[in-house]
Design a protein around this ligand. Sequence first.
Ligand code: GDP
Ligand code: ZN
Length: 461
Amino acid sequence: MEFDTIAAISTPMGEGAIAIVRLSGSEAIAIADRLFKGKGKKRLNDVPSHTLHYGHIIDPADGRTVEEVMVAVMRAPKTFTREDVVEINCHGGLVSVHRILQLVLTNGARLAEPGEFTKRAFLNGRIDLSQAEAVIDLIRAKTDRAMNVALNQMEGRLSKMIRQLRQTILETLAHVEVNIDYPEYDDVEEMTHRLLLEKSQYVRSEIERLLQTAHQGKILREGLATVIIGRPNVGKSSLLNSLVHENKAIVTDIPGTTRDVIEEYVNVRGVPLKLIDTAGIRETEDVVERIGVERSKQMVKEADLVLFVLNYNEPLTEEDEQLFESVKEKDVIIIVNKTDLPQRIDMERVKQLANEHPIIATSLLEEKGIDQLEEAISTLFFAGAVEAADLTYVSNSRHIALLHQAKKAIEEAIAGIEAGVPIDIVQIDLTRAWELLGEIVGDTVHESLIDQLFSQFCLGK
Ligand code: GDP
Ligand code: ZN
């Protein structure tokens, strides 16, 4: 496919003083050549592929030097987009990178749409759809673990698993077809049924296995929705502060977060917590005081994790018991705070109410117990899970939805086989499952979905 040459600022992930203007397309090298002045009479057009060149960006209009740069020249097809790619690395701040982009645009390139580089990689056959989506996730990844999940996906692990399942279905369908066409054995019908059932059950269990990872995958990607509740003055704000200060706060750039709800992202031992609260939290105001028990019950409903704070120095109250009632179905960690003060709480009763939920004693004032709390959070989340690095998590909600639909189609096929319905009906369900799985890797998607997906990207990717 032939496209025009696009350009955008493509700042590398993480913090970095270097900014990159990236160009892709058949004119990329020629355009860069118009602006680049290297040693002697060096022209980028003549340099070998995948080489880096020191020099300056000159404004051809007035010959003035704009910026000191390193330019990477990468020729098609061994590039991310499979087109000629030029990356202009500059050390200057935002202003100079924008000036370079401006020059590139006035000298023949077009400003890329969000996600257009990745879209080209997809359209040029360099990556499949689930890999493209992994790029979105990578941009948004909040912790190293989430990054690993996205990286695995980008390397095509999920695609590989999905393709194997599709292959299994296809082979089974082919087999059945052959059996129908050549019914030379007496027991062919029985054999066909047995094969169909076996293979369908196998595909179902594989889909289920993938879906089991979905919840964790989603949390890794979006953060564990966490609320801190408790009566006024027990230490909620102090807890929030120590969690935020002890841990690396994660900066988020997800669009659409509303102003009146503050979300603090912190990375607790690889678990991204999305500490949710109303604007009050920032002002260290008292949420429960202000919004009352009713509202905290609502917040609890929407949470993945509840941190329930009690005061070691005060007896349990009716309100505490009410709060216990509202969290008992949840993943909750009970924090008994202010252990530096004399005990007035009935710990036996707390244990009774807590039931199976972990209880952590803290003195936030003396910075005690925070380690144990963090340990409890990570245990809760990673309980029974193998270390995340080599698991293929499904974390994308589109993939999850498709897997659920595919599972349903397979289940219908299985039910049909067991009920002895005609084979061609079963074939329809299996074909449907095969198509649905295909949508995950992009083998059967249509144009509008593709456009919608790629428009989610940040500029420059
Ligand atoms: P919130 O109303 O639940 O948000 O509670 P705060 O975090 O605002 O804390 C209420 C008061 O308790 C503040 O004066 C804190 O300094 C104090 N406090 C918090 N944690 C501890 C603790 O572990 N020990 C003691 N003695 N005081 C604490
Ligand atoms: Zn408070």
